[in-house]
Design a protein. Structure first.
Length: 403
């Protein structure tokens, strides 16, 4: 079972980037964000205080350029299409020359140190993380070289998934489904959120690794394990992003769960609202409202509309159901190499809905003192609407945990 993006797809992505460079009259694109770097050449890595960059030149006869610290020298060798690598020593102990000046040298070696050059970038310099401090890209290029913001170039490409990307996201949904099932089956009174989540995630990851084989490796550096299931319980669920705690499960607790998996760096999102024991009438009422709101989200997504249109439909459903004050966040977000990525189902996002987009649909209700109610499903936009890729049960009966 293949779990990776093939070299041919990376090559096709670079061709598309170069076509966009022509349209924007740019001579190159410099990428500092690790996900955008991974998208164009498969350089999945852990970003630290050491600057790294990928340079995509307009010249179709030239390969990609890369700036990496010495400790990533072997790692970059596995990236696709990179033919020129500038390696710098550990900084600042390796010398007085800042890594961004090594990037300027790389641009010169690639023929991009010209007064007439126009260089696009996703960020005007390396990311502000892990205590990094340094000059901007625009301050280190040759005088007269124009640097141009082009953050959206890669993100627009990422918004519509290829057949290969959809295959990996579907696999992620399958393993996320397994992790959630294992967690569901281990829900018991007195056990803690963290205990159950860790056990289910570990077992699902073991099964995933055994199935995908010895060549598999997780590419999302932020994941602790390839497959993940987790939840938080009780009144704490009234916080949309509540944190787990060490309190044991009690009768009547509301649970808001989450599960997913890393397959080739691609992710998915599965969330469910559950209850320990027989639900109260108040729980049932809010659960029904949640289901209606999520259905409104599914129905609102179809080509020919915008994501802002879809969000407006869901907001109207909140009003029609008499709970507008409970709408605390937008309906969903893109999913792919990141669990949250552009575009967004939000009134402020005018992005046209296009076949092949992968999104979460997760309008939620949050009732202080009672709990939260949110299902999240990963969907792909089709010609006629959406296909739900996450397939875990959604009905109330399936969400009642016997005690």
């Amino acid at each position: 079972m293949d779990w990776f993006i093939a070299p041919e797809e990376y090559a096709a992505r670079v061709i598309r980037v170069r076509a966009e460079l022509v349209q924007r009259e740019l001579d190159a694109l410099v990428l500092f964000h690790p996900i955008r770097m991974a998208y164009v050449c498969g350089f999945h890595h852990l970003s630290t205080e050491r600057p790294m960059a990928i340079v995509v030149p307009l010249d179709a006869g030239a390969g990609l350029g890369a700036l990496v610290p010495h400790l990533e020298q072997e790692h970059i060798a596995a990236a696709h299409g990179v033919s020129r690598v500038k390696v710098y020593p550990e900084y600042p102990t390796g010398g007085t020359k800042h890594p961004m000046l090594h990037l300027a040298d790389l641009l010169a070696e690639m023929g991009l140190a010209r007064r007439t050059a126009r260089i696009g970038y996703d960020s005007d310099g390396y990311l502000d993380i892990n205590g990094y401090d340094g000059p901007t890209l625009s301050s280190v290029v040759m005088d007269g070289t124009e640097t141009v913001p082009a953050r959206d170039l890669i993100d627009r490409m990422r918004a519509v998934k290829s057949a290969a990307e959809l295959r990996l996201i579907r696999q992620s949904c399958q393993w996320g489904n397994l992790a959630h099932r294992l967690m569901h089956e281990n829900l018991e009174l007195g056990r803690t959120e963290m205990d159950i989540s860790l056990e289910a995630s570990t077992e699902a990851s073991r099964m995933m690794i055994a199935t995908l084989g010895p060549t598999y490796r997780p590419l999302s550096m932020g994941w602790g394990m390839p497959a993940l299931a987790m939840f938080h319980a009780g009144a704490n669920t009234s916080l949309p992003h509540g944190l787990s705690n060490a309190t044991g499960l009690r009768p009547g607790d509301i649970l808001v769960t989450g599960a997913g998996a890393d397959v080739g760096g691609y992710q998915s999102e599965l969330e469910r609202t559950m209850v320990m024991g027989e639900p109260t009438p108040e729980f049932v009422r809010h659960y029904d409202l949640m289901m209606r709101l999520q259905q409104a989200g599914f129905d609102a997504l179809r080509p020919g509309r915008t994501l802002a249109d879809a969000e407006s439909d869901v907001s109207a459903a909140f009003v029609e159901l008499g709970v507008p004050e409970m709408q605390r966040h937008h309906t969903g977000h893109g999913i792919g190499l990141e669990g949250h990525e552009a575009p967004f189902i939000d009134k402020g996002d005018p992005t046209p809905i296009v076949e092949g987009m992968v999104l979460s649909v997760e309008p939620g209700l949050y009732v202080p003192g009672l709990g939260g109610f949110r299902h999240s499903d990963t969907v792909v936009v089709t010609a006629g609407g959406v296909e739900r890729l996450t397939y875990y049960p959604r009905d109330l009966d399936a969400m009642i945990v016997p005690i």
